[in-house]
Design a protein around this ligand. Structure first.
Ligand code: IPM
Ligand code: MG
Length: 343
């Protein structure tokens, strides 16, 4: 009997619907070949949800996602995504940054600086400055706005454990981003070091986030797993896009303690290219691969990654990537067909 899953697709806005459609086309083909049965439900989030149901993240969407095996998100400008992450307590955000060898000359750095690059960003996703007390107010010197960075020690502890586990399964090296020279009350370094006593093989290094940003560009091969809070993780992981050639290639998985997950590319809605049929679906498709891994469908995930590598190695590329001599520029639909052929 085939394994059965229910997936909720939330295409969202901008290029979201295009990359989700492309990814689902590839997934349907792959699932059939692998004898996996996937029921796909579609839901609304972001602007389309606001227009139709009166809220960026409507109750109907939350209910549709409840009990599913995964959520595949396209992109939203802002409204809906933070609510969705918080609703299901998706506190773990995994953002793997691995170079495709055939795209090594599309990096913003010299090829030898990124050869074999393989970094895992572990970003805390449901706390920090994104969710602390915020608002607009007024005092004697005028109107002001505020957002508060706020972390419970237990929130740092639980994400630290996840990052340490990943480091242990990889190169046993964990770099913790912090800014304790200016923000001394949030104890990332101490708490992660405390948790690390249960992971004696893992080498933990705490690094000021500004220095870390510089080191990531100077010598990215020096990193294995990078743990960061919500805001720093958001900023640092975009550097990953520049390192491997395009943010359009990067995927992420957001998980809660039960292993339930939201899968999405790390790029945004890209309104400038929306509807033109030129968006790169590989970020979202990479997220599908992460979902299959999370489901324990390792074989299907491997095939999908190999298909991506194969098509890229054949020289096909989308407009977000720096042109390369001999490369063949393709749009979303053509790339999707090529991926299906490769499978
Ligand atoms: C990301 C995005 C989001 C974030 C935005 C859309 C709120 O930049 O997932 O990286 O900051 O988390
Ligand atoms: Mg971001």
């Amino acid at each position: 009997m085939s394994r059965q899953y229910r997936l909720v697709a939330l295409p969202g806005e901008g290029i979201g619907p295009e990359v989700v459609q492309a990814s689902l086309d590839v997934l349907r083909y792959l699932a059939e070949a692998e004898n996996i049965s996937i029921k796909i439900d579609h839901g609304l989030i972001g602007e389309p949800a606001l227009d139709t149901l009166g809220s960026y993240f409507p109750t109907q969407t939350a209910q549709l996602c409840q009990g599913a095996d995964g959520i595949l998100l396209g992109a939203v400008t802002k409204g809906g995504i933070l609510e969705l992450r918080q609703h299901f307590d998706f506190f773990v955000n995994l953002r793997p940054v691995r170079v495709f060898q055939s795209l090594i000359d599309r990096s913003c750095l010299q090829p030898d600086k990124v050869n074999g690059l393989d970094i895992l960003f572990v970003r805390e996703l449901v706390s920090g400055i994104y969710f602390g007390p915020s608002g607009r107010a007024e005092d004697e010197s005028g109107a002001y706005g505020y957002h508060t960075m706020h972390y419970h020690d237990w929130e740092i502890r639980r994400i630290a454990q996840v990052a340490l586990k990943h480091a242990q399964a990889r190169q046993c090296q964990l770099t913790v981003a912090h800014k304790e020279n200016a923000l001394p009350h949030i104890h990332w370094s101490r708490i992660v070091q405390e948790e690390a006593t249960s992971f004696p093989n893992v080498m933990v290094e705490a690094m000021l986030v500004d220095n870390l940003a510089m080191q990531l560009v100077r010598n990215p091969l020096a990193f294995d797993v990078i743990l960061a809070g919500n805001l720093f993780g958001d900023i640092l992981s975009d550097i990953g896009g520049a390192l491997i050639g395009s943010i359009g290639l990067l995927a992420s998985a957001s998980l809660n303690a039960d292993g339930f997950g939201l899968y999405e590319a790390i790029h945004g809605t890209a309104p400038d290219i929306a509807g033109k049929g030129i968006a790169n679906p590989l970020g979202t498709l990479g997220a599908v691969a992460l979902m299959l891994q999370q489901w324990g469908e390792a074989n299907a995930a491997k095939k999908l990654i190999e298909a991506q590598e194969k098509v890229l190695a054949q020289g096909y590329y989308t407009a977000d990537l720096k042109p390369q001599s001999g490369g063949i520029l393709v749009g979303t639909a053509a790339l999707t067909d090529l991926l299906i052929q490769a499978l």
